[in-house]
Design a binder for this molecule. Structure first.
Ligand code: U2F
Length: 445
């Protein structure tokens, strides 16, 4: 319609849990540099926005707006991990976003959303504007949600756990048990699972689907995905385009790494919300201690209390424990030889960028699928024996990667993918070309 000026307004809907909102904001910030006549409005919970935007953030191009959390008045979070905030939030959608959008009083020309927030499609339809979802995990995870109905028809619900998915190109090494819960196993009717199910149905109807991955990472899977989603834009690994503020090294990890030998250190982190049980933490610590490899551990919680007595003292000459590490840079440091990870997609991507083989201990969501892909498809990582940390399993896995021929081969294999990742982001690389298409699309909103 007639506007006073030519500035467009793009609404952006964030998913405020785990590492979802940060990659979305990184994308939007980059878009705002290229799609100069668009202003981006970032709808997210106040708390999540606070952690993402600095106090002196200039709102000229990207403006944060608060969305209701859905939490009851006076809600006190329970100690430890809880699904409650997520459940309240989901209950409040889409009304909380609709309200926040209405409160701006602005006419919007397009919606970019976290892919999880499928209802953005319906809102975009009502506004008669394009919907561009962003999927922050990998292509396999995206595919299994998009073909969820087919998987259910083929494999039934809660069928044999070890049957493989041969019928899906590239999936012959993947078993039913590796597929995220809520597709062919587990509960299907939780609000979260229902959201994922709707997401799978809606994504093929988006104007384009952006994904934080690159085409060469998994060509067969990307091809199948493209047959379902005609405008799939692999634009990653996006972290390489946007140096983040969490990269500052206040705990001195890099100086510490400088003192160690090439490919000798185990870096350990389980991402934003997974924590191994006390027993597993103990086993992991015992394994690290007995293996004698140096380690850098990004540890959530009180290490003194949670790790075996005397462990910190006994390992102080070759172990470093920090509450937060500049992970991308750490994984790029030549001293790091293995990443002990929960296989969150950002972590897997950063390990590929750093060329570091992985020891995988997945917890939830699509992490098992990521592990199996790392292990059986790409061949540059191992799971821990039995799926949980034991002292001996930990020692074994560390030895395979840090001091065996097999480990060397893994390092070579991940080096190949590492190079492809960097190539994808070259000026004429696939992810750059795709990003430019995304800019075009947003500019045409
Ligand atoms: C959810 O994953 P998480 O948030 O648990 O984990 P990652 O995707 O691996 O992201 C963790 C990020 O935090 C950073 C690290 C990653 O970018 O570099 N980080 C750090 O900089 N320093 C630290 O000490 C520790 C972490 C979900 F659980 C997964 O299943 C999904 O794959 C993922 C993406 O959708 O979101």
């Amino acid at each position: 319609g007639a506007r006073e000026n030519t500035q467009k307004h793009i609404a952006v809907f964030a998913f405020p849990f785990t590492t979802h909102a940060a990659p979305l904001l990184a994308l939007v910030q980059k878009l705002s540099e290229s799609a100069a006549d668009s202003k981006f409005h970032f709808f997210n919970t106040a708390q999540s926005n606070e952690s993402l935007f600095s106090k002196d953030h200039d709102c000229e191009r990207v403006k944060p707006w608060s969305v209701d959390t859905g939490l009851p008045k006076g809600y006190k979070s329970t100690k430890g991990p809880s699904n409650e905030p997520l459940e309240y939030f989901l209950k409040a959608t889409p009304g909380n976003f609709e309200t926040a959008v209405a409160e701006t009083g602005l006419p919007f020309d397009g919606i970019i959303s976290d892919a999880f927030l499928w209802f953005a499609k319906e809102m975009a339809e009502e506004m008669r504007v394009p919907w561009i979802p962003y999927f922050t995990a990998g292509p396999r995870a995206l595919l299994v949600h998009v073909v969820a109905d087919d998987l259910r028809a083929r494999l039934g619900m809660n069928g044999p756990k070890d049957q493989t998915l041969e019928f899906l190109p590239g999936f012959s090494a993947i078993r039913a048990v590796d597929i995220p819960e809520g597709i062919i196993s587990g509960s299907f009717d939780s609000p979260f699972q229902m959201m994922m199910c709707k997401m799978g149905q809606m994504l093929p109807h988006a104007s384009a689907v952006a994904i934080n991955s690159f085409e060469e990472i998994d060509p067969i899977v990307v091809k199948t995905l493209k047959s379902r989603i005609s405008n799939l834009l692999n634009i990653g690994p996006f972290v390489l385009r946007t140096p983040s503020t969490s990269d500052s090294d206040i705990h001195g990890c890099l100086d510490w790494l400088d003192q160690h030998m090439r490919s000798s250190v185990a870096y350990i982190s389980f991402g934003s919300s997974a924590t191994p049980s006390p027993n597993e933490l103990k086993a992991l610590a015992e394994g690290l201690e007995a293996s004698k490899f140096p380690f850098l551990w990004s540890f959530k919680g009180n290490a003194q209390e949670m790790l075996p007595r005397g462990f910190l003292k006994r390992t102080k000459n070759r172990g470093m424990i920090v509450p937060w590490a500049p992970q991308l840079i750490v994984l790029g440091h030549p001293s790091v030889g293995v990443f002990v990870t929960h296989c969150g997609w950002n972590s897997v991507s950063e390990s590929i960028i750093g060329g570091v083989p992985m020891i995988c201990r997945p917890f939830f969501a699509e992490q098992k699928l990521n592990q199996k892909t790392v292990e059986a498809v790409w061949g540059f990582g191992v799971g821990v024996e039995g799926g949980m940390f034991t002292k001996n399993g930990t020692i074994k896995a560390l030895q395979v990667i840090l001091s065996s021929e097999e480990g060397k081969l893994m390092k070579e294999k991940i080096g190949i993918l590492q190079e492809l990742a960097f190539n994808a982001l070259d000026t004429d690389g696939s992810s750059t070309v795709n990003f430019n298409s995304l800019v075009d699309l947003v500019s045409r909103c």
